[in-house]
Design a protein around this ligand. Sequence first.
Ligand code: F6P
Length: 457
Amino acid sequence: MKRIGILTAGGDTPALNATINGAVERANQHNIEVYGFLRGYAGLVEATIPHLRLNPLFTSIPELDPCSGGTILGSSRTYVDRNSDALPEIQWKLEKLGIEGLICIGGDGTINGMQPISEFIPCVLAPKTIDNDLGLNYLDEANEYTQETNSAGETHTILNPSRARIRREEIINYATPGYATAVYVVAQSIQRIRTTAESHRRIVIIEVMGRQSGYIALGSAYGQPDLILIPEQPLNLDRLERRVRELYELQNHVVIVAGEGVVGEDGQPLGDLAPGLDGNIKYNGAAEALKIILERRIDADFIRTVRRHEPTKSAIFTRKVGHTQRGGRPILFDRFHATQLGGNAVDLLLDRQSNSISTLQWSKEHGFTLSSVDANKLRDQWGEIHPRLVHSSMYDDERYCVSDFGIEYLRPIFSNAIGHDDVEHLRQDIFNRRNLADRYQSVNVDISKRIRRLPLE
Ligand code: F6P
């Protein structure tokens, strides 16, 4: 291959530039030109297909900094599917540009966009998502989805897992770039909110991202919340209320972490749902909904026994960690493995693989290693890709905390996740006096000066 393309699609993560960098560095070694396409699939469908050269003379452009969050290529949740009218034109434009392979950095929506394109050009996915839900708990998991029709005639696809236990070595794509940084932000937020809840004798519900998947909530255990609620386990409200009361009496404050997709006893999400552009569901308001439930159950008299003269109304409050989970500098784990996964994606293209995923595996013997999986292995028998759910053996739903196996799962990711340079960055950059005087220099400004379009100017 002489020239390949690369794009970033879906919600951003802190490690996207690191993945692009890994791919470009590997391409430099093979004298392959890399064209970056802007704003994910939205750029491919544009008539002029805006793009830039990421390695003129096989040297990476200086804007490509693996330590900076976001993506210099921009991202969007627009994606193409097999019925899209834009496909023949995309094929023509990619041919016109001499693109012989495409790397798509993204999650499940990005795979859906990549699949029809892989029918005319080799495509490989380099994974990313803070949700850590791209992969399988074991190879055959996608075949364990079944469909059920309820009394209203609606059909639902549900997972009927055959396995009560799994081994870490079996997990396909052990961790996705972006996850470790998101957990780092969440763990810090919990520790910060904890001391204020403790001082003011409050009950706080901290909502974290992850949609249907509770990995970020699970990893939040590093911040030592009192209770972790994940979307995979319907809430037992009586048990939860009992635990909250016990903890409030004991320590005069409670810290609860709730995944944004957390569901009630009826299996329905507590918050609001809205369809997203990329086929994913958007969640909103789980923590607020849980607050209302707890306020109804935990009476003012009980709160007063602990809070005395303070108003009972403000005793329970919510905080969303929100998009800070997705932004900013990636920590070492994400930077390193994202770079490796990007480089591996180039190797997979050179190996003539297509519609496959560059993956990160883990074993006790070898630690983290690179591999690949056919993207169709993630599809159920109806062709749908489901988010990887936290396996039941990773979570203790009686005690609302991470289980022993969950701890085993998390340890390889987080044991050395923060590098010396991350600490040094904190020491030197946050209160750098230049920050006071200099305006923020957006990479978008520099990148826009490099953009080319079809027909080539
Ligand atoms: O999938 C990544 C994610 O950050 C989810 O955790 C979250 O629900 C969603 O994206 C938020 O999407 P948006 O960028 O549209 O607010």
